[in-house]
Design a protein. Structure first.
Lengths: 398, 396
């Protein structure tokens, strides 16, 4: 009987969660036909734009009264990260509801937001509301693996420009406390492998110019910088993780056998740099650490993000004013931050389009990418109401 | 001008690939059997472990009941980085008289020199008092497990060894280096466990922070020992404990803070160090690096036996005198690395490490390892003196 009393929005959410869009082989086709059926219910046009083979951007459009004005993008990604089912209390794709909590991979990141957009629009339409600006609800593939099969390619395409986007909403992160976290920029991700060459030789010798000594100095420099940044974060309550540079030594490699001094050792770091840091200066710093560690050290960057676009959170900005006043009208506490990791918003911001990362999940533990990810159904439903205020405010910006 | 047949044989042996890991010893065993037959030595080979052969060539002495002389060498060689070599490391190319090959110094030279010296002694019609055994061992370069098994084997006891010669090291100067003991090999693997998580976070208690501390501790000890060696001229490398970080692994992908990182150290402990105390020190370093840091011994040698270099010792006196007779300058040392000799000394048998390579850069395990052919040929002459001197040591 409980199932019968469930809010249809929750039912739609759980339906979406049961579509297995887990990397590395998401079922995008099934997701697309689901969006198509939702668009039909909303009586709004649905279209798909192929980014790469088998990967489409899925777009539901509600044309505004002044379609020449720039549009509002309500963005969410379709894919979810892998699971370790043995650590889950339920099947991660069953969307089981236990004590009002809906357990599923993607319940926080970020299928909740996709359905909340839909359900908010459904209610607004039902109320007969009309807005000046066109609204695009867009679902994109492959965010969790770097975005190249999704927004990371789409933002350069003509079809993206034709959407004429003026402002975008995208994902945020949950908060166990009362405040809603709102992200206006994000850190750049640098993946950096430092290759330390050295003279090889017998493991019983004392050689000059060994890879090991260089490796030692390199990790000391990187990790002492890590400590400085960690201390900076801890000592200043105004700073969040997104405001400091994080460094993690995530991979090490080298050696042939125990008694051979190796000709090469490698250290790989995952570095996240806030938009306030001068990237050129930072690169110089890395180069200096490597130079100080010894001769011949090479640095390769499999990933090196260089975009530092920040969305205005000035009260004079019309988009921010609309967003923030919609929040304050509902007595929502918000907390503005730099996103500590990467989202598809970076591609949107790099086109000069303001974008805000926001997932309306307060009083919710942070479980993205973790085992037993869940979202409470009341929090989910409250999120729809929040969008019912925010979306009109944005779509009616003069 | 034709090449000396000893040099040709040396080069042929170098071309037989016996590089670690997973050495196929079958070709080299066949080669040794052929040469033994050619010289007229008894030949025997057997496996102490699957695919780990020991080859023995024997020349019986006039008094076979006397303890014998063991001439030891290993067959295997260490890996190469061919891109850093001027020639194929298994081509044994000769450039300006220098024979380039992996194993040219360590230690295929010595194997051939033993055999060629005995060939010449035999063909001169001499007979020696004591029996000579040439023993060729496998896997010396990866910890000498075959040799460690062999010295407890009946076949070894049957050899009734009184004294052994084994490998030494080259010297760029005039002196020949002679080794009467060696350091204990400790191969230590340190595993650091930590909290995993996303690469964009600050996580407490990471494997990376622990491994950093471990590396700093071990390498600063390395620096101390290096300083000690440099500050005291009476010390050679064998007198200090060396530490090298040789292995490193861990991590899954860039954006995942790993649950484990590991590091491997090759430590050579001086025979003058208290081994128990030293292990306590290692345990302390690991403990201080944080919780869930553990160490394991891949190899833990305890080889602190020293061979007498006292003039009253009949073996040393025979060795030393024959060197003097040839005007060889020698320099006695503790071997900085580990050799098969340690297992022989452990049985209470005196053993001397000696590779007759003076005026030769130290290139064992290095790129472009080579040996000059004149130095090689001179080595044969040296053994032509030393081997008879040892084999004719009177009953004592």
């Amino acid at each position: 009987m409980a199932e019968l009393k469930e809010d249809p929005a929750v039912t739609n959410f759980r339906k979406y969660l049961r579509i297995n869009t887990v990397q590395p082989n998401p079922n995008y086709a099934e997701a697309s036909s689901y969006f198509k059926s939702l668009a039909a219910e909303l009586e709004l046009p649905y279209k798909t734009v192929q980014v790469v083979s088998g990967k489409d951007m899925c777009i539901i459009t509600w044309t505004g009264q002044q379609p020449n004005l720039s549009s509002v993008l309500l963005y969410s990604h379709i894919d979810v990260v892998p699971v370790f089912p043995e650590h889950w209390r339920v099947d991660p794709f069953s969307a089981e509801k236990i004590d009002g909590n809906i357990y599923a991979r993607g319940s926080q990141d970020m299928k909740c937001v996709g359905i909340q957009y839909i359900e908010a629009i459904r209610r607004l339409k039902k109320e007969g509301r009309k807005f000046q600006r066109t609204i695009h609800i867009m679902f994109g593939p492959d965010e969790e693996i770097g975005g190249m099969g999704g927004m990371g390619t789409f933002y350069k395409m003509d079809e993206f420009k034709q959407l004429n986007i003026g402002f975008a909403l995208d994902e945020g992160i949950a908060n166990p406390e009362e405040a809603f976290r709102v992200f206006y920029g994000e850190r750049n991700c640098w993946w950096c492998t430092v290759i330390c060459p050295g003279d090889p030789g017998h493991g019983s010798a004392i050689l000059k110019n060994t890879a090991a000594e260089k490796f030692n100095k390199v990790i000391n420099s990187f990790l002492s910088f890590r400590r400085e940044q960690e201390e900076r974060l801890e000592s200043n309550p105004n700073l969040t993780l997104g405001d400091v540079t994080t460094v993690n030594l995530t991979m090490v490699e080298g050696g042939v056998q125990m008694n051979v001094i190796p000709a090469e050792m490698k250290a790989s770091f995952d570095i996240r740099i806030p938009p306030t840091v001068n990237l050129e200066e930072f690169e110089k710093k890395i180069n200096m650490w490597c130079k100080e560690a010894g001769e011949g050290i090479r640095i390769v960057y499999p990933v090196r993000g260089m975009s530092q676009d920040i969305t205005s959170i000035s009260s004079e900005d019309k988009w921010w004013a609309a967003f923030s006043s919609a929040c304050s009208n509902q007595n929502m506490k918000i907390q503005t931050e730099i996103f500590p990791a990467a989202t598809d918003s970076r591609f949107v911001r790099s086109c000069g389009i303001p974008a805000i990362g926001f997932s309306p999940m307060n009083y919710t533990p942070i479980l993205l990418h973790d085992h037993n990810e869940y979202l409470n159904e009341d929090i989910f439903l409250r999120g729809i109401e929040i969008y019912q205020e925010i979306i009109p405010a944005l779509a009616n910006v003069q | 001008m034709g090449e000396d047949s000893a040099v040709s044989l040396f080069r042929e042996y170098l071309r037989i690939k016996t590089v670690q890991p997973d050495v196929d010893y079958s070709k080299s065993v066949a080669f040794l059997q052929r040469v033994a037959k050619d010289i007229g030595l008894q030949f025997k080979s057997f496996e102490v472990a699957p695919k780990k052969p020991i080859c023995i060539m024997t020349w019986e002495g006039l008094e076979p009941s006397l303890p014998s002389i063991l001439l030891s060498s290993h067959i295997d060689v260490v890996p190469v980085f061919p891109e850093h070599w001027r020639v194929d490391p298994f081509s044994a190319e000769k450039i300006d008289g220098n024979i380039y090959a992996r194993g040219s110094q360590d230690m295929k030279c010595v194997s051939i020199q033993y055999m060629e010296a005995i060939r010449r002694i035999k063909s001169s019609g001499k007979r020696l008092l004591r029996t000579l055994h040439l023993v060729f061992t496998s896997d010396e370069e990866i910890g000498s497990t075959p040799q460690s098994l062999f010295v407890h084997h009946d076949e070894f006891k049957k050899l009734n060894v009184g004294f052994a010669l084994d490998e030494g090291i080259a010297n760029p100067g005039e002196e020949f280096r002679v080794f009467y003991g060696e350091r204990s090999i400790w191969w230590v693997r340190v595993e650091c466990q930590g909290q995993p998580g996303h690469g964009s976070q600050f996580i407490e208690n990471t494997a990376a922070q622990k491994i950093q501390k471990v590396i700093n501790r071990f390498l600063s000890f390395r620096d101390e020992e290096e300083k000690r060696l440099k500050s005291d001229e009476s010390l050679s490398l064998g007198h200090v404990t060396t530490v090298n970080m040789t292995m490193m692994d861990g991590g899954i992908q860039f954006n995942v803070v790993p649950a484990q990182l590991s590091v491997g150290f090759d430590i050579r402990v001086s025979p003058y160090v208290d081994l128990d105390e030293f292990e306590k020190q290692i345990a302390t370093w690991c403990h201080q690096a944080g919780p869930d840091v553990s160490y394991t011994f891949v190899v833990k040698g305890c080889h602190q036996e020293l061979t007498s270099i006292d003039k009253s010792d009949p073996w040393w006196s025979a060795f030393h005198r024959s060197c003097l007779n040839m005007d060889l300058k020698i320099q006695t040392e503790i071997f900085p690395a580990g050799t098969d000799s340690r297992f022989i000394r452990k049985c209470g048998i005196p053993a001397i490490g000696f590779s007759p390579m003076n005026y030769t850069p130290i290139l064992l395990h290095d790129h472009n390892e080579y040996l000059n052919e004149d130095i090689f040929l001179r080595g044969i002459e040296i053994y032509q003196e030393i081997i008879p001197a040892l084999a004719n040591v009177q009953r004592f």
